[in-house]
Design a protein around this ligand. Structure first.
Ligand SMILES: O=c1ccn([C@@H]2O[C@H](COP(=O)(O)O)[C@@H](O)[C@H]2O)c(=O)[nH]1
Length: 244
């Protein structure tokens, strides 16, 4: 049993709005309100628009997952978290491959800053192995283990070093859950409804399969944003999720 059994299916969906255009992102966030649980802003949007752009999207009232995947030495990651914490994101990402001390510092800094600003502490999720990589890609950078074994190792490390959750592909949900506990939030990109183009994603499942396997949050971008009718696409995905 996971910790979020009362969550409505649509609230599991965070739509990735990967664009540099603030007006387009605000407009789509507004249209998706009530149909998804939140909006994910990532490197493309934030590098182009920074905190000011973020505030325009936050003004829609949608919860925001700020996916900047911090990966640096502990002191620098702590500084980056101090810089974005006042924005009040609901979820922030760091790379688990930054190691145990970096993860601990990230978590502690997020808690300190939330207290300082009177905000709810963001969920700090550790990225494990990007969903665009497969075993051959990992071999090419010198990682011999199977992807699932490496994700399991990083899940154990993230869980033991203060993170609230992790980012993994749907294919590792079961192993990640076994390596952690039911409170640990599994944030899952690599989601493709039946018939959707995979694009650059290599480890994918359908939304319903991912929820069935135990995903807490589904990160879905292009299957919604590139649909002819993004709201209809989001509604169809939500309807496809087995109700808890
Ligand atoms: O391993 C990861 C980590 C993050 N992402 C992000 O999720 C979305 C997925 O978008 P799609 O259009 O549904 O492929 C995107 O913003 C990535 O930066 C990921 O895909 N994999």
């Amino acid at each position: 049993m996971t910790s979020d059994l009362i969550m409505a299916p649509k609230d599991r969906i965070y739509c990735a709005l990967d664009s540099v255009n603030v007006d387009d992102v605000v407009s789509l966030a507004t249209r998706l309100k009530g149909h998804v649980g939140g909006i994910k802003l990532g490197l493309e949007f934030y590098c182009a628009n920074g905190a000011e752009g973020y505030k325009h999207v936050a003004a829609t009232g949608m919860p925001i997952f700020l996916d900047l995947k911090f990966h640096d030495i502990p002191n620098t990651v702590a500084g980056a978290i101090r810089a974005v914490a006042p924005l009040g994101p609901k979820i922030l990402t760091i790379h688990t491959q930054g190691g145990p001390e970096m993860m601990r510092r990230a978590s502690e800094t997020a808690a300190e800053q939330a207290e300082k600003y009177g905000l709810t502490k963001p969920l700090i999720a550790g990225v494990t192995i990007l969903t665009s990589l497969d075993h051959a890609d990992m071999l090419s950078i010198g990682v011999q283990d199977r992807v699932s074994d490496q994700v399991k190792r990083l899940a154990t490390l993230a869980h033991g070093n203060g993170l609230d959750g992790m980012v993994c592909s749907p294919m590792e949900i079961t192993i990640a859950r076994q390596a952690t506990d039911n409170e640990f939030q599994l944030v899952v990109p690599g989601i493709r409804p039946m018939g959707s183009a995979k694009g650059d994603q290599k480890r994918v499942m359908t939304p319903a399969e991912a929820v069935e396997a135990g995903a807490n949050i589904l990160v879905i971008g292009r299957p919604i944003t590139q649909a002819k009718d993004p709201v209809a696409a989001a509604k169809a995905i939500a309807a496809s999720l087995v109700s808890d």
